[in-house]
Design a protein around this ligand. Structure first.
Ligand SMILES: Nc1ncnc2c1ncn2[C@@H]1O[C@H](COP(=O)(O)OP(=O)(O)O)[C@@H](O)[C@H]1O
Ligand SMILES: [Mg+2]
Length: 252
């Protein structure tokens, strides 16, 4: 059974069809990239899967069950987590407290939280926060206010926050946007590292083709809301419809 499956997924904004009958499957443990020119519908697709957007028609199944009745936080509890382009960091709080809050949210429902207690009086939360920060290499900076972290480390913290939910599927929308080449490389390394240590499937939206070709098992290409190609990097590199879409699109 695929981990994620969409069937006839359509999202219209007024007259614009942002995703147009999208049928994709992602298998457990796969590293998949979603690419396409600006406006192709990539972010819309991600936001449909996280339930931030309601589809016009079609279905989305996670682990075999439709998630269409679920709220965004319930999707996270099922095991789908999104990193980046989210205001997930509390800038004035320390790195550790940010991790604690993410851990608390992840553990929510497993125990009863008393708002009069201190955040660090929950051993389960503390333990998860520590593991999470170690995983993304930020344990040494735990006492630093999040706003004082360099840009690349902030992105690391965001990945950590997404990982605290212990997702089966991690969605990333342009994680390297606005980064220097060094920060980009560090982020790519982090994504690969994080994947190595755990049972994780990811779907990455990324515009840098070299990254996409190096980091993916499979690539799905969207153009004007439609899947125009999918396959392993070597196949996509040679695909003429993909080359046409990029040359004819907004981006070269
Ligand atoms: N909230 C929205 N309201 C109206 N139109 C939108 C909205 N979000 C996206 N669109 C339109 O849907 C299309 C796909 O957008 P998007 O998913 O952001 O593309 P991508 O992430 O591939 O650049 C674009 O034409 C965009 O203008
Ligand atoms: Mg986008």
């Amino acid at each position: 059974m695929p981990l994620l499956e969409t069937e006839g997924l359509v999202k219209q904004f007024g007259g614009v069809t942002a995703t147009d009958d999208v049928n994709v499957t992602i298998e457990e443990d796969e590293r998949v990239s979603l690419i396409g020119p600006n406006g192709a519908g990539k972010s819309t697709f991600i936001n449909l899967v996280t339930r931030r957007l309601e589809p016009t028609s079609g279905d989305i199944r996670f682990d075999g069950d439709s998630i269409l009745g679920l709220d965004p936080h319930e999707v996270v509890q099922r095991g789908v987590s999104k990193s980046f382009q989210t205001a997930s960091i509390f800038p004035e709080l320390s790195v550790l407290d940010n991790a604690r809050i993410a851990s608390l949210a992840a553990e929510h429902g497993k125990f009863r939280f008393n708002f009069l207690s201190r955040l660090d009086s929950y051993p389960e939360v503390d333990e998860l926060a520590r593991t999470t920060l170690s995983d993304v290499g930020l344990w040494g900076q735990r006492d630093v206010p999040a706003e004082d972290l360099p840009y690349g480390d902030k992105r690391r913290l965001e990945i950590g926050i997404a990982l605290a939910a212990e997702p089966d599927l991690l969605l990333m929308d342009e994680p390297t946007a606005g980064m220097s080449p060094e920060e980009t490389q560090a982020t790519v390394d982090l994504i690969e590292e994080v994947k190595e240590g755990r049972d994780l499937t990811y779907l990455l939206v990324e515009h840098d083709m070299e990254i996409v070709f190096s980091i993916s098992d499979r690539i799905i290409v969207l153009n004007r809301g439609e899947v125009i190609a999918e396959g392993p990097p070597a196949e996509i590199r040679e695909d003429e419809s993909v080359q046409d879409a990029y040359l004819g699109g907004v981006e070269a």
